[in-house]
Design a protein around this ligand. Sequence first.
Ligand SMILES: Cc1cc2nc3c(=O)[nH]c(=O)nc-3n(C[C@H](O)[C@H](O)[C@H](O)COP(=O)(O)OP(=O)(O)OC[C@H]3O[C@@H](n4cnc5c(N)ncnc54)[C@H](O)[C@@H]3O)c2cc1C
Length: 353
Amino acid sequence: MIRSFDAAIIGGGPAGSATAVGLAKRGLKVALFEKNLGTPWKIGESLPPEARPLLQKLGAWERFCKDEHLSSSGIVSQWGGHNPVEKDYIFNPNGSGWHVDRSRFESNLLELAQHCSVAIFQGKEPEKFDFSNSGHSFSVGAERFQSDWIVDCSGRKAQFATSVSGPYQKLDAMVSIFVLFRSKDKSDVDARTFVESCEDGWWYSALMPSGVRIVAYQTDQDLLPEQESITNNWIDLKLEQTSKISNLLSQHSCKAVSAPRIVSAHAGRFDCFVGKTWISVGDSAMTFDPLSGLGSYKALLMASAAVEHLTGGPDYQQFCEQLWTNFLEQRLSYYESEKRWHKHAFWKRRRLK
Ligand SMILES: Cc1cc2nc3c(=O)[nH]c(=O)nc-3n(C[C@H](O)[C@H](O)[C@H](O)COP(=O)(O)OP(=O)(O)OC[C@H]3O[C@@H](n4cnc5c(N)ncnc54)[C@H](O)[C@@H]3O)c2cc1C
């Protein structure tokens, strides 16, 4: 037996769930496939105030408020000089930002999708794709499925988009090395995001709702020592380059509660974001420098635009092109504004782009 859907979504991250909810609300029969059972820990905890109207439009706002995400009053950055500059959300019409419990955030969106009659298949990965006049067909285990649209929301892996979206333009080779810290006496309650630049990259730190603080160092892959040398001691030494973040950690006697982990954090995009019977949304279409802290927000924004496109609205390719152009301008202005290490490879590479 073949199970038939109007749209099959690959991936249950923010892009996948939001697209599923949007399409289901427009009356489409939607299936969502997420390879993981449950929602494993993922990096990416900051949500800007601008996410609020998107969550409201999706019907996810009330659920979001019930979860105990941490309200964040702003961003403190030490960038381009020694004096910290604070961007306070107090002036933002959408209110504060958040540091979310990412697993809870994602599972809540998945539950909303289920509530909107999306058929959710967790622990399932579509494969063996075929295309004919009757649309796409593919296998999930022993079952065969058919769908008019394939919506690739599989994140940086871009499972489907890789074969249909044309060449991939990779802007850099950024990686992020992160360690989780916890204060000894739970005194660390500062929920602002901290950003600091240094010779070979930049750092950020954010407190999460669990009371654990993430500290992440962004640099280029080739500027790192061998992977085996990246230990907690190496991180401690590197942290001496920072002032705000290292002060914060010592002020609250924070101790590392994880070993360093490395994840890919490069910015890049495919040529094409939409075809006649497929569309890619979120990181599977384009990835942004984590400096923007906007990846999940942009995934929600793209999901909304994808739903419009698939239901006869404005052109999605054009929407994404504009998003990319804005990102490039913002990226250049951020990196150009740090002149202290203009001769260092990390900064030189970003100014040339
Ligand atoms: C260092 C770093 C820091 C970041 N910090 C922030 C931040 O503070 N704030 C922010 O908003 N963003 C941040 N981001 C970016 C953000 O995490 C992503 O942009 C966001 O997760 C994109 O959502 P997505 O749904 O497109 O992809 P993902 O969240 O990656 O979701 C993709 C999903 O697809 C599933 N999947 C993959 N392959 C398959 C398959 N074959 N079949 C079925 N399922 C599949 C995966 O399991 C996953 O659940 C950061 C990124 C990095 C690298």
